[in-house]
Structures are given as C-alpha cells and as structure tokens.
Design a binder for this molecule. Sequence first.
Ligand SMILES: CC(C)(COP(=O)(O)OP(=O)(O)OC[C@H]1O[C@@H](n2cnc3c(N)ncnc32)[C@H](O)[C@@H]1OP(=O)(O)O)[C@@H](O)C(=O)NCCC(=O)NCCS
Length: 198
Amino acid sequence: MPHYWPARVASAAPRRRPAAPTGPPPETAPTARRGRPAYDSAVPDAPARQPASGVSLRPVTPENEAAVVALRVRPGQERLVAANAQSLADARAVPACEPFAVYAGETPVGFLLLRHDYPGPRDYYLLRLMVAAEHQGRGYGTAALERLVEHVRTLPGASALRTSYDVGEGNAGPFYARLGFVATGGTNGDEVELLLPL
Ligand SMILES: CC(C)(COP(=O)(O)OP(=O)(O)OC[C@H]1O[C@@H](n2cnc3c(N)ncnc32)[C@H](O)[C@@H]1OP(=O)(O)O)[C@@H](O)C(=O)NCCC(=O)NCCS
C-alpha cells in the first residue's frame, strides 16, 4: 500500500517526485488559463448560481454503483481525479475508506471518497471528489462538501478535513479556497495538500 493517495491517479501509480515548485497555496493559485479551460462554470445550460438544495451523500450500493461508475468529468479533467471505478476499487482495498455518491434529488451527479485514517488514525482525508461534466457549475460540488463536513464533524476526534489537488490547468485549488481550505505547506505525492479546520 503506498503511503500517499493523490486525487488524480490510481493508488498503484508509480511515485513521482514532487514538482518543483509544488505550486502556490490556493489563495494565490494561478487563474490564468491557456486555451479552453477544463473548468468553465459558464456552460450554457447551467444557471449562474442555482441553490443546490436537495444535495445528499448516499452510500454506493449494488443498486447505484453502475450509475456512479458511469459518471465522467469533462474532457481535460481526467488527469485531475481518478476514475470512479478506480476509486471504488481503492476503497475496497482499505476498510477505513468511505465512498459516497453525490445526489441531487434522486439523480446521482458525483462521487467522493473519504478516508478515516490518513495519514494517521482519526485523520480525515477527502481522497477523491468529482461532479459529472453535465452537472458542474450548479453548486453541487459545494453542497457535497458541506454535507461531507457535516458528516466528518460527527466522527471521532475530527478536528480537520484534509485534501489535496493537482496543480494542473483547471485545478480545483480556487474551488477549495473559497470553501475555507488552506494550504498545509505539505504535499501528497506531487499534489498540494490543503486543510479545513472543523
Ligand atoms: C471541482 C468540482 C468538484 C467542483 O464541482 P462543481 O459542482 O462544478 O462546483 P460548484 O458549482 O459548487 O462551484 C462553486 C464555485 O467554485 C468555482 N469552481 C468550481 N470548480 C472550479 C475550478 N476547478 N476552478 C476554478 N473555480 C472553480 C465555480 O465557478 C463556482 O464559483 P461561482 O459560485 O462564482 O460560480 C468539479 O469541477 C470537478 O469534478 N472537477 C474535476 C475533478 C476535480 O478537479 N476534482 C477535485 C480533485 S482534488
């Protein structure tokens, strides 16, 4: 079992040296993008800011697993997060992993994976987070993280939620920063590590 779990690749991926530099903290993460950004909230069919009410986290079960596995990020975002099938396989290999389907009403729109013992016991780490391409920019990612924080606050010894992100184009650094995550100064593989005090 590797001792780090980047968001973007399978756990079996070969270890790479951290990029030098690993990138600025999210408060100052570069926003300039070349070409068409992988993330663009101004998709024509998405309301500018629709209240994301009715968003829930539900267990991944035999009934909804195929739908979760079928969820895909936008072209160009695949390098930012592992495929859900891979994340579910990773979760099965580690009992302290808790995968969730993100639902908007009764529709599965995303996926996240929480680990309860990383890097140590009672350290809560958001290993994977994705909202499917057609559902991005509607507040579902934000609402899913709010639900996750509510959940983590109920867990033993929870004082923080950690995560990490790849610094590539279209990265989720600004998304996490606006939710209150701050850079720890550390890395997870070659990803920037963040922490949200609870
Ligand atoms: C990151 C992700 C989960 C956000 O989900 P989402 O449902 O689209 O996010 P929201 O609609 O809640 O966005 C909230 C705000 O963050 C912004 N935002 C979201 N993702 C962003 C990104 N990658 N870069 C910059 N801003 C982003 C949105 O524009 C929105 O701002 P607004 O309120 O001014 O419109 C989704 O874009 C995704 O799955 N990305 C690909 C996978 C990925 O990078 N996962 C994180 C791995 S660590």
